[in-house]
Design a protein around this ligand. Structure first.
Ligand SMILES: NC(=O)c1ccc[n+]([C@@H]2O[C@H](COP(=O)([O-])OP(=O)(O)OC[C@H]3O[C@@H](n4cnc5c(N)ncnc54)[C@H](OP(=O)(O)O)[C@@H]3O)[C@@H](O)[C@H]2O)c1
Length: 269
């Protein structure tokens, strides 16, 4: 974890399931953290004199700031950037982790919620990068970590807008990587499979037949974050944390081979 020591790291969605694991593991790694979450999530924490739901005793100085911001709109992204600038700290890394989901058939989910998924999961990242990248380019260093999903490379029914947002995060990150690596800025994209965090309890619409996966299929949030941080430290562009994420990554690559064989054998698909 030496890679993270002394780095200033901005984490969005900091008080969610993965966010708390990032906080805990990065504090252990000696990083300095700037934490952002929705105003609802951050206010109670500030009221409790910045006590966090992860052990911080003796490491309070590593939490440089907690910034409430609604990242679903341009104003919220600007607020986060302005508050960050007031700290007078360089930005070494951004972990784009904030995200939302709704379950159900596309036509059953209210259009404004389908759009909100794109606003939070994709547009906030594009807006924040537009605001923070000029400084990273000037300083000729930085690392952008994106929480995509297996749904970012496997088109996922009953989560159409979510899957769309995660595919788009992936292509955005990869294309941008082609532009910014010459400035010494690294990119890592993380593709978790199911993990038991509050997002799995997101609101559902209609009567979606979403089959519940057996518990052993879910990767622990702490393991996802350990893999993400290890992969990022090792300079990996694509990070598949856990067995099922790796399996899906491989399956997608083998699929053209498998379907070609099925055609040879006389199957129609
Ligand atoms: N868990 C999984 O199975 C899984 C799998 C693949 C990818 N992911 C991705 O991993 C990331 C983290 O998710 P998680 O599993 O840790 O879920 P989570 O516990 O629900 O965390 C999501 C965080 O994002 C915050 N957030 C939501 N809307 C926001 C907004 N408008 N502005 C600022 N922050 C906002 C949430 O704040 P509030 O709690 O206040 O709403 C929450 O802290 C997400 O991008 C998710 O898509 C998760």
């Amino acid at each position: 974890m030496e890679y993270y020591r002394g780095k200033n790291i901005l984490i969005t969605g900091a008080f969610g399931g993965f966010g708390l694991c990032f906080i805990s593991q990065l504090l252990d790694g000696g990083a300095s953290l700037i934490l952002c979450d929705t105003p609802q999530s951050t206010i109670p924490i500030r009221d409790r004199e910045k006590s966090l739901p992860v052990p911080v005793a003796g490491r309070e100085k590593q939490i440089l700031s907690i910034i409430p911001a609604d990242l679903s709109n341009t104003e919220g992204c600007k607020t986060l950037h302005e508050e960050y600038r007031k700290l007078g700290k360089r930005v070494d890394m951004i972990i784009h982790n904030a995200g939302i989901a709704f379950g159900g058939e596309y036509a059953d989910i209210p259009p404004e919620l389908n759009e909100k998924i794109i606003q939070v999961n994709l547009l906030s990242i594009m807006r924040l990068n537009a605001l923070f990248l000029p400084d990273m380019i000037r300083q000729r260093s930085g690392h952008l970590i994106y929480m995509s999903s297996v749904a970012g490379f496997v088109a996922t029914p009953l989560a159409v807008s979510y899957s769309t947002s995660k595919f788009a995060v992936r292509s955005f990150a990869m294309a941008l990587h082609g532009e910014i690596r010459k400035h010494g800025i690294r990119t890592s994209i993380v593709y978790p499979f199911f993990s038991k965090t509050p997002i799995l309890k997101s609101q559902r619409f209609g009567d979606p037949q979403i089959s519940t996966l057996p518990g052993f299929c879910a990767t622990s949030p702490a393991h996802v974050v350990t893999c993400a941080l290890k992969g990022a430290k090792n300079g990996r562009l694509h990070i598949c944390p856990g067995f099922f994420s790796k399996l899906m990554w491989l399956a997608v690559r083998l699929h053209p081979v498998i379907s070609a064989q099925r055609k040879i054998e006389g199957y129609s698909s």
